[in-house]
Design a protein around this ligand. Structure first.
Ligand code: PRX
Length: 584
């Protein structure tokens, strides 16, 4: 395989990177030696205090922490002191609703400043923050709120209507706070601005995020306050954040990237952060980069490919001369996208690999190292990575296997909420098995191959096939559904559903009579209806873009849908071992 190398030269460095010598640091690194990077209260810690409040005692007090811009162009900005105060107010309001340490407080909010203040406020009083992506619909909300036993939900008037429909199924949910309501705005005006920060053990829970696997409903990945140490160090050494930077992470805090690198790790480095509340739009994105003189930009491959599709002429219309460091996460970053970045912005995107469960970056490309284009880079100092075979033995370089990490590392999840066995199932022979497959080259760079399971990555977002299948079978026309990720040049994968129709529905379509083409039309209409149905019940981003009606799904004798066979058929690949397949 021919590998293109991006060799760094003096033009890549306006100033020295925060991490100057990777190899030397990796050899001697110990997490304990890094404790001084954070503020502790006699061995106790609070991640939100570290992210924001500690800067208020320094010259950063009046530095802008947050530049916020909405889709319609409204702008707001807040200094570190103001973010500290606003989040204190949320903490005090929650206390007035009897929220205590360990209680779950969930946020169902668009990317508005209140989302950031509320998140920090929850952590400051020792409660556990959960974020819900604003595209979630009733089913996705109910699964997460019910499983977490959330006591309070913070939302907006518009999003609240979705919660109202499921409220009766959520006995633990005691309070709904609506940030744009008159009563809430009033209480924000009168509430105390000072707050006693909860001093937490490093292992106390701080936040949780639901994420998808192959089977079952989404699982609640729980992180502790200690995760901040790794989020901070990676923000410093990989994102290379410096006081002079303006930083933009395009992720939503409904996903782990938005929490680790838009709130905790990045603010802990004291950087001015841009948050754009609107949807993806190439021209608008370039305007944001130009207007705020963004210097460090953390985004995702699908976005890069979409920008690439608009061409580099559009880039030239903007002054992006402040950009100095680009990073990417969430799905495979194809070499073409890296090369386009070099062409369009004069610098490469640095790929970073990690997961909701790992809590922070683990395999990464560094400012101080050359990039093997297409590789995810090397393990972060303090993180040991390896490729293991299916029985848990380390394989030789260049041999494909399971990407595994050796616990512990500070940001490793603490547990899976209410599912300790699920948590245990991630570990084999004292290794954490990521569920991704890849290989390591002779120089210690890691390369991604694919998922070891049926998890789908569409536009960088992780979707469990089971969730989509469950939503589809709720529709009266559907008996069964099998869902796969189908490779897509732009989105990485799209969701494709194979659907077995209820015979009555089929009959109804044929009973309508008409020509073969009008029957075909009816079926096409039904496909649209099913896509929309999932969009409306599950989530705006997790619906099948392609649907195919089939007579029967391939299943094991025990009745499990064999998605791997659906996928092989779709791609025209060999079907592989079918010994467990029921007659098909
Ligand atoms: O399959 C890998 C893919 O995203 C999965 C984790 O998804 P999630 O928990 O949503 O976290 C995404 C953001 C941290 C991984 O198991 N993935 C993530 N980064 C990369 C990647 N695949 C290839 N290259 C990457 N850089």
């Amino acid at each position: 395989m021919k590998v293109d190398l991006y060799k760094k030269t003096a033009k890549d460095f306006k100033s020295l990177p925060n991490l100057e010598d990777y190899e030397k640091t990796y050899k001697t690194f110990e997490w304990n030696h890094m404790r001084h990077e954070l503020a502790w209260f006699n061995g106790k810690i609070n991640a939100a205090y570290n992210a924001v409040d500690r800067h208020v005692d320094t010259w950063r007090k009046n530095k802008v922490a947050l530049y916020w811009e909405s889709e319609n162009g409204t702008t707001k900005q807040y200094t570190f002191e103001q973010v500290a105060r606003e989040s204190n107010k949320f903490g005090n309001i929650l206390k007035s609703f009897d929220v205590e340490r360990g209680d779950r407080v969930f946020l169902f909010l668009p990317r508005i400043p209140e989302l950031f203040f509320a998140f920090l406020g929850i952590l400051k009083i020792g409660a556990i923050a959960g974020t819900l992506f604003s595209a979630f619909q009733e089913q996705a909300l109910e699964d997460r709120l019910a499983n977490s036993g959330a006591k309070v939900l913070i939302t907006t008037t518009e999003l609240k209507t979705r919660v109202d429909k499921i409220r009766k199924n959520l006995p633990d949910l005691k309070h709904l706070l609506v940030v744009d309501s008159e009563s809430f705005t009033k209480s924000l005006e009168s509430v105390e601005k000072d707050l006693t920060i909860a001093q937490m053990d490093a292992d106390d829970y701080a936040f949780m995020l639901y994420t998808s696997g192959t089977t079952g409903k989404p699982k609640g990945v729980v992180h502790a306050h200690r995760a901040l140490l790794q989020e901070h160090m990676t923000a410093k050494w990989v994102l290379d954040l410096k006081d002079s930077d303006t930083y933009w992470c395009t992720a939503d805090p409904g996903w782990v990237t938005g929490i680790a690198y838009e709130i905790l790790g990045s603010w802990s480095c004291g950087v001015s952060t841009v948050v754009y509340g609107g949807r993806f739009d190439p021209k608008r994105w370039y305007e944001i980069l130009q207007k705020y003189k963004v210097s460090v930009w953390y985004t995702a491959p699908t976005a890069i490919r979409m920008l690439m599709a608009k061409g580099s002429d559009m880039v030239k219309q903007f002054d992006l001369s402040n950009l100095r460091h680009l990073c990417s996460v969430g799905e495979p970053l194809n070499p073409e996208a890296v090369k386009w970045g070099i062409h369009a912005f004069g610098k490469p995107f640095h790929d970073t690999w990690w997961q909701t469960e790992t809590g922070a970056m683990c395999l990464v490309n560094y400012p101080c190292l050359d990039i093997k284009i297409g590789s995810m880079g090397k393990p972060f100092p303090g993180v040991k990575a390896a490729i293991l075979d299916d029985s848990g033995r380390q394989v030789k370089p260049l041999v494909e296997g399971n990407i595994a990490l050796k616990p512990p590392w500070p940001s490793l999840m603490k547990t899976i909420w209410r599912r300790p066995q699920k948590f245990e199932s991630y570990f084999t022979n004292d290794w954490y098995i990521s569920g991704d497959r890849g290989w390591e080259d002779k120089d210690g760079y890691f390369w991604f191959v694919g998922r070891a399971d049926d998890v789908i990555k569409t536009s960088g977002e992780r979707v469990g096939p089971f969730e989509v299948e469950s939503a589809l079978v709720e529709h009266p026309a559907v008996i069964e559904a099998g869902v796969i990720g189908k490779p897509d040049a732009l989105r990485g994968e799209i969701i494709k559903a194979f659907v077995v129709l209820n015979k009555n529905y089929e009959l109804r379509i044929s009973a309508k009579g008409g020509s073969a083409s009008s029957r075909k039309n009816e079926k096409e209409k039904l496909k649209e209806e099913l896509s929309l149905y999932v969009k409306k019940h599950l989530a705006g981003h997790a619906y099948p873009r392609e649907i195919e009606f089939i007579d029967k799904l391939p299943k094991t004798r025990s009745g499990k849908i064999m998605r791997r066979i659906l996928k092989a058929k779709e791609l025209g690949l060999p079907i592989g071992d079918t010994s467990t397949l029921e007659e098909y």
